[in-house]
Design a protein around this ligand. Sequence first.
Ligand code: PLP
Length: 409
Amino acid sequence: MTTPTDHDPAAALASVRHEFGEHGGVNLSIETSSTFTVLEAGTMPEMFQGMRGPDVGGCYLYGRHFNPTVLVLARQLAAMEACESAYCTGSGMAAISAVILQCCNAGEHVVASNTLYGGTWAFLNDFLPAKANITTTFVDTQDEDAVKSAFQSGTRVLYVETISNPTLRVPDLARLADLAHAHDARLVVDNTFAPLVVTPRLHGADVVIHSLTKFINGASDLVAGAVCADRAFIDELFDLHTGALMLLGPTLDPRGAYEIAMRLPHLPIRMREHAARAATFAQRLSDRGLPACYPGLADHPDHEQLSRISNPGFGAGGLLTVDLGTTEKANAFMEHLQNQEGFGYMAVSLGYAETLLSCPAASTSSELDDASLGDAGILPGLVRISVGYTGSLEQRWGQLERSLEAVGL
Ligand code: PLP
């Protein structure tokens, strides 16, 4: 494993150059073929037996298996995440579901954070028990004793988000990795909120997942995901008999992979600007006496924790929340920002150039029942703000201030 001090994620990202395009183009070519020819008939059975592949002889078999364009993106993401290998999926949920199904057999168990993206929560809480007899215990992963007592003999996964959606809590990954490994389980970390900010593998994560739909693509025009891990785990996902990516088939289309690969070179610049603006807005909201939550603020409960594990230079991420007390106030604030000020959109998702505003209790976390929303601390008036970077900072702050004043804050 790379040690925290010698991993510069932006440098690692840049270290994997695109292959030249056909005709020497500076951009990579899009390999659209869904099937690949061989020169000798004997090569095909060798690929089925795993004796040849992209890394052994440059052999490709079929588009649901590996594709050269998708593999370029996967290699860049693996390098960024200090992982041996990676592959890309058609969505973040495809990556999450494939990883959990790969790690757990029927009758086995997951320990998961009680504050997770609503789709992940529903997959663990509702889908898996019904469809696969895989159960989950949700715990406050900031509470080590609660985590310890949640493990069962069949626990195979401890699942967290680096910066949790939408509560922005930051778990102690190294401690959780130790606990998972002591129980023969894998630590699986969804790093969607913190690309470049944190490299979970350096802190013991076994599998790192991304929804590429968010910051990594950054243009809100594609849905995609990725799994980064050691080579053995990625190979397992492509096993012909038991591989969740091979058999459930949620692969990423090469055209989408190309688009995302073209946006990776400016990911470091974008992440810095998202974070710089989020930090300024969070501080100013807090100075105004509002309950702003941002892990870069000194009074955030996990400020020290994030400072310990974050890579230098990328701040504390591009998301902040502010609790406006009631759903009505939160809605009026978001409507004023979008419709009167032209700042941001009321929309789910995150990591876009424009600011995106949502009320998680009524949207991206609405899958959680009332008790689970309470346990996670997702209040009805909580507004999640994915801070964009268009316009000038002072222009945007003026729009925020006027919208707060419009709702009496
Ligand atoms: N993980 C997190 C933290 C998310 O916020 C989301 C979506 O909002 C997902 C995963 C799912 O990603 P996708 O929509 O690409 O399936």
